[in-house]
Design a protein around this ligand. Sequence first.
Ligand code: NAP
Ligand code: GLV
Length: 320
Amino acid sequence: MKILFYTPQADDAPAWTASLARELPAADVRVWSPADTAAADYAVLWRPPPELFAHRDGLRAIFVLGAGVDALLALERRGPGTLPAGVPLIRLEDTGMAEQMAEYAIHAALRYLRRFDEYELAQRAHAEVGTASWQALTPHPRESFHIGVLGLGALGAHVAKALASLGFPVRGYSRSAKTIDGVATFAGRNERPIFLNGLKMLVNLLPSTPETDGILNRDTFAHLARGAYLVNLARGAHLVERDLIDALDQGQIAAAMLDVFVQEPLPAEHPFRRMPRVTITPHISALTLREPAAAQIARKIEALARGENIGGIVDIRRGY
Ligand code: NAP
Ligand code: GLV
């Protein structure tokens, strides 16, 4: 069996090919380089150049080294026929990302609940203009700190459960109806306003698709409690940046933690880099962990070879 591997971080490739070779000792794993059109049964990749798919017949499946497949599907939107027709596209399912997302969301929830962001601002003001504040702030009451999680998939469902287990009132939103212990669930566009109504914190874990891009906008913010907090852990395309800046100026949003951006790295001159109420992180809310990811891909390749069904196959029409 021949496996073609690609990641733009060329330095990472040897460790990945070694992990895949350990998991699948009979496989011939090679790193793709330009002009390589030799046969391959499976591709394992992240953000490939379109040339990787040129003159390539015979692929049985394409495995993506992440949960989101928007970058790969965008390739197809730019030039239809880029992805080999009829070849299943398979994304990672959790592989240690759900726990990382829960850590990030819990950090945000506790930070805003106890108003640590405001203590940080006070300390910064002291350093910058010498106002030595020493004032206790009343924490938000936990029972009315309603948190909403957009997306209840492999990551969102785990985050919603983790927040609920800490005693936060949690709501979740998805396309199809779900039941999750301790979480009030809502599905579909018609239920979106009830889901959003009065939320104190909104966590985004939706895939980026034509239906969800731009969902974090002025209209969405208007449904939240005044002075709500926004946590975007999914994709930059979900956020209408101008609407967030306006909502922060108007006090509708009190503060935001943003892990993802339309342009990454976030340009040095981008206003988010200087806004005291915006905390940015460099797309780290859930990193792909090599060993569990390689193991999941290997087990799926073995299952496909046995003719079994596997999870994580992307519905290309739906976009996730
Ligand atoms: P997933 O398992 O595919 O779950 C997606 C969830 O979103 C599902 O619950 C789905 O509803 C819901 N959804 C999709 N379209 C919707 C719509 N139009 N309206 C309402 N709900 C909709 O995905 P995942 O593994 O949880 O990952 C989610 C996203 O996180 C990824 O796509 C990626 O962009 C992002 N991510 C970011 C990082 C990072 O480091 N920042 C790391 C990993 C992933 P149904 O359940 O009804 O299908
Ligand atoms: C990372 O952003 C992923 O989609 O796994």
